[in-house]
Design a protein around this ligand. Structure first.
Ligand code: PLP
Length: 451
């Protein structure tokens, strides 16, 4: 007899991942039957025509095919050929060999230098793990923190479903804290306190707190005072922090800037709060989701715990080497004066200014539709508008009907969590600008007429 569904572990059956759920499956079915679908469901920039950075792709090409460094010198700028030589030497055996479990030491040193330059604080290459995208880092941190069914992890609501799915799979308890939609999705101490106390009342041992900054799906950006408040809260209650900073380059409003948890912790001289920070090649202006590059940085984690994390990483041997080199390209871009620098800067600016433009366009377009209201998209790659629905209708039914009627594929708010009694959907800001206009128009028409 073949394997049966009933034989699977309940947490596997209970795990949900809305970003690729039934609505996306239906969209693919419609596409196969010839319908045009506009995929606004997932932050996958290159699936929506964003161009890869030439520097990153050329570096990967040379590292994958080292003979091109000498055979095709005219095709690649001299600094890039030099960089490829350095990376290959750093890997010792090229991209076809396993690296250390933590990743190639040379690349971890480059990540440490990147953090030092970004934040003006020291960083230790031994506290850095190169991972297959940020997802694997987040999963590793949650694996370490959840030791039994009473262990709770605080996650923002709305949240990115990697967190809910992984906590379910690890049989931990998801402890929700709500972000304040009426105030630009702000994170408040009062909300953190009330959700922690509520969980404790139910006997949950809260061990960690996840923060997504800039936020997915909310698009909000935390300031330094906010981050200090979260660190103080974590210290008072003995929580580890997970800082998901994959959208650190996606900040759109003038005057806003990214502040890392690592920087604020180092500035406070904080040594009591354990911090796991995550970054990725998938977002920002790289959009290299398919390369699966990223890293996790640890702070204030004792050596014996670090050794356990390294042991777990070594069970999968190492992160893929192509992703590790993509991470190198992310943290060590061409510098001013190097021949590749001009084109790199131009491509970077063009991508970021397009995203900035679309972020404003989308929020404005959504707010012009009666019955839809959307906060400013200050960062990341999404809008999470609130929608007024006819009595008795759900956001899931709305999104499915929207897909059937217009070919626009968005994700129901239920997949991210929302205040009971409210309804939302998440859309990305990634479709090309003319398609984005079509999305806003299609949504407007649909929203006016759906009953
Ligand atoms: C907040 C957040 N964290 C982590 C990830 C995972 O990204 P990756 O594993 O591709 O680095 C995503 C992807 O959309 C995300 O939105």
């Amino acid at each position: 007899m073949t394997i049966q569904l009933k034989d699977l572990a309940p947490p596997v059956l209970e795990t949900e991942y809305a970003v690729r759920g039934p609505i996306v499956a239906r969209a693919q079915e419609l596409e196969r039957s010839g319908r045009e679908i506009i995929y606004c469901n997932i932050g996958n920039p290159q699936a929506l025509q964003q161009k890869p950075l030439t520097y990153l792709r050329q570096l990967l090409a040379l590292c994958q095919c080292p003979e091109l460094i000498e055979q095709a010198p005219g095709l690649f700028p001299p600094d890039l050929r030099e960089t490829a030589r350095r990376v290959l030497k750093g890997t010792q055996h090229g991209l076809g060999a396993y690296s250390d479990s933590k990743g190639v030491r040379f690349i971890r040193e480059a990540v440490a230098a990147f953090i030092e330059e970004r934040d003006g604080i020291p960083a230790d290459p031994e506290a850095i793990y190169l991972t297959d995208g940020a997802s694997k880092g987040v999963q590793a941190a949650l694996r370490i923190l959840i030791s039994g069914p009473r262990d709770g992890i605080m996650v923002p609501i709305p949240q990115y479903p990697l967190y809910s799915a992984t906590i379910t799979l690890l049989e931990g308890k998801q402890v929700n804290y709500y972000l304040d939609e009426a105030h630009g999705w702000k994170l408040s101490r009062a909300m953190l306190e009330s959700s922690l106390q509520e969980a404790r009342r139910y006997g949950v041992r809260v061990k960690g707190l996840c923060v997504i900054n800039p936020g997915n799906p909310t698009g909000s950006v935390l300031d330094e005072a906010n981050i200090r408040m979260v660190i103080a809260f974590a210290r008072e209650h003995g929580l580890a922090l997970l800082a998901d900073e994959v959208y650190q380059e996606n900040i759109y409003l003038q005057g806003d800037h990214f502040t890392s948890f690592a920087k604020v912790m180092a500035g406070l001289g904080e040594e009591e709060v354990s911090l796991f920070s995550f970054h990725s090649c998938s977002k920002g202006f790289l959009g290299e989701c398919g390369q699966r590059g990223g890293y996790m940085e640890l702070r204030n984690i004792p050596a014996d715990v670090t050794a356990q994390i390294t042991k777990l990483q070594s069970v999968s041997l190492c992160a893929n080497l192509t992703g590790q080199v993509a991470t190198y390209a992310m943290v060590r871009p061409p510098r001013p004066g190097e021949p590749s620098h001009g084109a790199y800067q131009e491509e970077r600016e063009s991508i970021l200014s397009t995203l900035r433009h679309r972020a404003a366009l989308l929020a404005e377009g959504l707010n012009a539709i009666p019955g839809i209201s959307c906060n400013q998209v200050a960062g990341a790659m999404y809008a999470f508008p609130s929608i007024r629905l006819p009595e008795g209708r759900t956001d899931e039914a709305y999104c499915m009907a929207l897909l059937e009627a217009t070919g626009i594929c968005v994700v129901p708010g239920t997949g991210f969590g929302q205040v009971p009694g409210t309804a939302h959907f998440r859309t990305t800001i990634l479709p090309p600008t003319e398609k984005m206009m079509a999305v806003v128009e299609g949504l407007g028409e649909f929203h006016r007429t759906w009953r």
